[in-house]
Ligand binder design. Sequence first.
Ligand code: PEP
Ligand code: MG
Length: 883
Amino acid sequence: MIYFFGNGEADGKVTMKPILGGKGANLAEMSRIGIPVPAGFTISTEVCTYFFHHDGAYPEKLREQVDKMLAKVGKAMGNRFGDAKNPLLLSVRSGARVSMPGMMDTVLNLGLNSETLQGLLKQSGDERFVYDCYRRFIHMYSNVVLDLPHERFEEALTHMKKSLGKQQDMEVTAEEWKGLAEQYKAVVLEETGKPFPEDPLEQLWGAIGAVFHSWNSDRANTYRRLNNIPHDWGTAVNVQAMVFGNMGMDSATGVAFTRDPATGDNRFFGEFLINAQGEDVVAGIRTPQEITLDGKNRAKSPHLAMEEVMPELYQELVTVYKRLEGHFRDMQDLEFTIQKGKLWLLQTRNGKRTVQAALRIALDMVKEGLISQREAILRVKPEDLNQLLHPMLDGKVARNVIATGVPASPGGAVGEVVFTPEDAVQWVAEGHKVILMREETSPEDIHGMHAAQGIVTARGGATSHAAVVARGMGRPCVSGCHDLEIDQKSQTCTVKGQVIKKGDWITIDGDQGQVILGRIPMIEPQLTGDFDKFMKMADTVRHLKVRANADTPVDAENAVRFGAEGIGLCRTEHMFFKDNRILAVREMILAHDEAGRRAALDKIMPMQRSDFEEIFRVMKGRPVTIRLLDPPLHEFLPHEVKEQTDVAQVMGVELKEIQARVGALKEFNPMLGHRGCRLGITFPEIYEMQVRAIMEAACNLVKNEGFAIIPEIMIPLVGLPQELKFLKERTLKVCAEVMEASGVKIDYLVGTMIELPRAALVADVLAEDAEFFSFGTNDLTQTTLGISRDDATPFITAYLEKGLVAVDPFVSLDQSGVGQLVEMGVKKGRAVRKSIKVGVCGEHGGDPASIGFFENVGLDYVSCSPFRVPVARLAAAQAVIAR
Ligand code: PEP
Ligand code: MG
């Protein structure tokens, strides 16, 4: 139940974090290796669990053990708890298994009462110090343990200073602090009907109970939910001897990092204050002094550095920090206090750092022999790499956030608002920078999205069209901002009563899902040498191949730059919207017969072929999976009269006829309607044209440019093996014809997507025809959960808030549900065709947690947006190590 630390010994150690909490385990470890820490003890997390299971009662004998520990701590520190002459004062802090910053409470200076005050006076010889400690203690204790509002005490303090005509705490005298302490006690009596507790033991038990209770506070519960921390872990309580940095000019307090947390440079770095308490450093009332001379030079501080004013203690601190870093084998963030010329360490933990610093430190520590390459690879969070790939908003500039939504595609963007893709294109041509704001986007908006700096939508979620496309293009995007009321007619947007007009400047933060009024300055991305070195190191252990979802040569170039080993999904429909092709596409859809369709397809074919040629050229022989046409037909239909008139003209028919045809093609549920391979079956000539374009492009490059290209032709939304058989037969026929005609023989594959539960269930039969599988987990999630991927955000958000799901299943794979289908599909497929290539191309292919799952079920590759490729590479490497 209780673990002692101090005096160069400890009952616990660093590996006992589940029982001692992070702070307790590190304190024990520091003491064990001879670092000077004020003695204390940790009450285990198991006591916390007991406490909650027994209505706030403590285990038998806990009190006895606490008494024993208090004596032991007093012995180590040379004083005694509650002693009027030489009192031991305590700090009481929470400490969970993982750090939950600022979430639970702390009580300092515990044990002070009218008698022990005299003892502290004797120890310090400083009356002002003593009464300052006392009033701080009453304030903290009353707030944390007695649950009295903070403001009651703040008000009394402000009132006192005002009536004395004093501005700063430093000007307040001992007598005045004493008076304030009395006032505080009166507040307690008034609010609780009981006097402030005098008995140190009563104070201690009050604080212990309060720390345990704080585990169940609203803010703690919320924090755990947001960070996936189990509620049953509980917190430990650390009871530790107080040491004071404000006992005179030979006392001080400070914080330090063993390496620079911003750059990662191997340079001791920190700040301290003479004659001050820890909170003074943080509060910023006094300007802290640098610890090292080096730091001083950089900061051009007029104050002396610790290295100058306390050279011996500085040397001692240097020895300690080197020891700590060597022992914990990571950059440490430490807190220390010097009490009357003696150095004490209060805390050490792995220091938070920027991504740049994380890369540098990991690489340096490998070089220094401190950690292995595998450990180094685990030291960087894959998601954090995002910060290096996109221009970021300057975090130091204040933001006027007017709406929040789903952080759908990372990075920051600044521009003038436009409400139509046409305006986006035109304004950009005229030299503007724009943000495209839409109710939601559709494939028709592609050109506008491409022209824009960033995209905002009022509807949709993480896998909505806008999100998927924006990520692919590397455009920052905030989707599903429900507060935005967009009025296309007046070209304005109203948000909480404020009107945004076309041409107004806004900024979006795709990492935090914010829409900000005005312009925030940007910081350009830097792919430094460290990034490259680190990624190459990670690649040495990786097993999954990483490909990119790329539809254009520009996307493909980005993908290669970020290290993609192929294209796992080229969505050909996006090519249909380029330039004036959409007219021909509409002509094809609206044609009455095959002849009409073929005439239109003949116009599209050369353009498709040249698209593929360009992509193949960029990919230089890396595999390219091209998906045949997939989206619901309605996405291509002309909805506006002007568009309908254009098509009518080209086809030489009446507008009415076009409108009738559009009406006839309307579907109630297009996502489950005429889409995917169903299009290829009803209109075989569409797929024939596409296959011909792919194969001719490949043959041309092989013949004319000497490329070795292995196209992978992919058929979407298959559920019945017959569908695949039907389409494969025709595909093979076209391929043979093209090769025959061009006199070139190339290897190519024909495979299928697995996007429907039925496809996973019959994967063995599908594998008879499919040479590869690609799990389309966007649709597979949609069809397995029966949740529309475009309409999910409002209620998934509610589910998240109510704790029904831990993550959005469209963001991170639903491993226990959809995951079973993936696993089954892989097994069944390999049972029939051992060498079948298996990958994933849904958005989950770029999600680290899902990548861990894909590694474990034995996929060959993952495919994700180009900008997620580095994230996926690192996550895939970490998955191997984790396994
Ligand atoms: C999928 O469904 O996972 C997929 C990759 O296809 P799309 O997102 O284009 O429907
Ligand atoms: Mg799909």
